[in-house]
Design a protein around this ligand. Structure first.
Ligand code: SF4
Ligand code: SF4
Ligand code: SF4
Length: 286
């Protein structure tokens, strides 16, 4: 049974809460083997000057619109959204400050892909987690599952889809850098294999222990990510949650397997998944 996006929205809109969609291909996200040689990027917050050349380059390459105010002046977004795949933010307190870049982390074992009932999100062996909009049924489970709150929905569009950074998969496949790292004038963003990025990150920490918080964020969190971070202050201050090393699909997959694709049952399963993927953040904040 083929269920396309329009059918799904019609069914959901009709409020049929217990309909079973028998042939939807609910399965664990394929997790390719050794990703140490896959594409990765390192963001060094101590080298970032907040120029936002990366943000502009990302919009340009992806063809994302600029939001203008009533005077046709560009209005800076405050977070990732349907038109913004990456953003530079500033942390500041009385003693210190740091810029921080937000974008999809391209998890080694992505929670978003593990809960997608139609495999619209896919972890490629090359590293990027890519989104196939033509497969998407608009259920937004990926938004609930992502521990970094990355996927955004086009709430303003009549036929909305999910939006997120695709790691410039096309450019990287052609042997080029992602647009954001190519545009960075200070070397705060660099790209290469995951093994290379980890080696550089650890070298910088070893060479300048006084300048860095002693942790490479993304090396182990939720099974590791292809987007890696080093910074001069703690990652909690920069908005990155403290997460366990266990890949989230290890947790979500038993729910997906145990519950057939019944909307009624999925509501409970997704609540449990949200609890698992976000509880560390809530524990910290509490
Ligand atoms: S950061 Fe979120 S959207 Fe990106 S790959 Fe990981 S789970 Fe998916
Ligand atoms: S990797 Fe590409 S899509 Fe992702 S933030 Fe950088 S420029 Fe944008
Ligand atoms: S281009 Fe480089 S220095 Fe400028 S904001 Fe982006 S990461 Fe920071």
């Amino acid at each position: 049974m083929e269920v396309n996006r329009r059918d799904f929205l019609k069914i959901a809109g009709a409020g049929i809460g217990t309909l079973v969609l028998p042939s939807l291909d609910v399965k664990a996200a394929a997790i390719p083997g050794n990703l140490e040689n896959a594409h990765a990027m390192l963001y060094d917050a101590t080298k970032c000057v907040g120029c936002r050349a990366c943000q502009v380059a990302c919009k340009k390459r992806a063809g994302l619109p600029y939001v203008m105010d009533e005077n046709q002046l560009y209005e800076m977004p405050t977070d990732l959204n349907g038109d913004t795949w990456t953003i530079i933010k500033l942390y500041q307190d009385t003693e210190t400050y740091s810029y921080v870049k937000k974008q999809c982390m391209h998890c080694v074992a992505p929670a978003c892909a593990s809960v997608c009932p139609v495999a619209a999100l896919e972890k490629t062996p090359e590293g990027p987690v890519v989104y196939h909009s033509y497969k998407c049924i608009g259920c937004r489970y990926c938004m609930t599952a992502c521990p970094f709150d990355v996927p955004k929905y086009e709430w303003d569009e009549t036929n909305p889809i999910i939006q997120k950074c695709d790691f410039c998969a096309d450019l990287q496949a052609a042997g080029q850098q992602p647009a954001c790292s190519a545009a960075c004038p200070t070397g705060a963003l660099i790209s290469g294999t995951r093994a290379e990025m980890l080696a550089i990150a650890h070298q910088r920490l070893a060479d300048h222990p006084d300048q860095y918080f002693n942790h490479v964020y993304g090396e182990y969190e939720v099974g590791g990510t292809s987007m890696l971070y080093i910074a001069g202050i703690s990652y909690e201050k920069l908005g990155y949650p403290t997460l366990k090393n266990q890949p989230i699909p290890d947790i979500t997959w038993p729910y997906m397997k145990a519950v057939p694709f019944v909307f009624f049952g999925m509501a409970g399963a997704m609540s449990a998944i949200y609890y698992w993927t976000h509880r560390n953040k809530e524990e910290e904040e509490g």
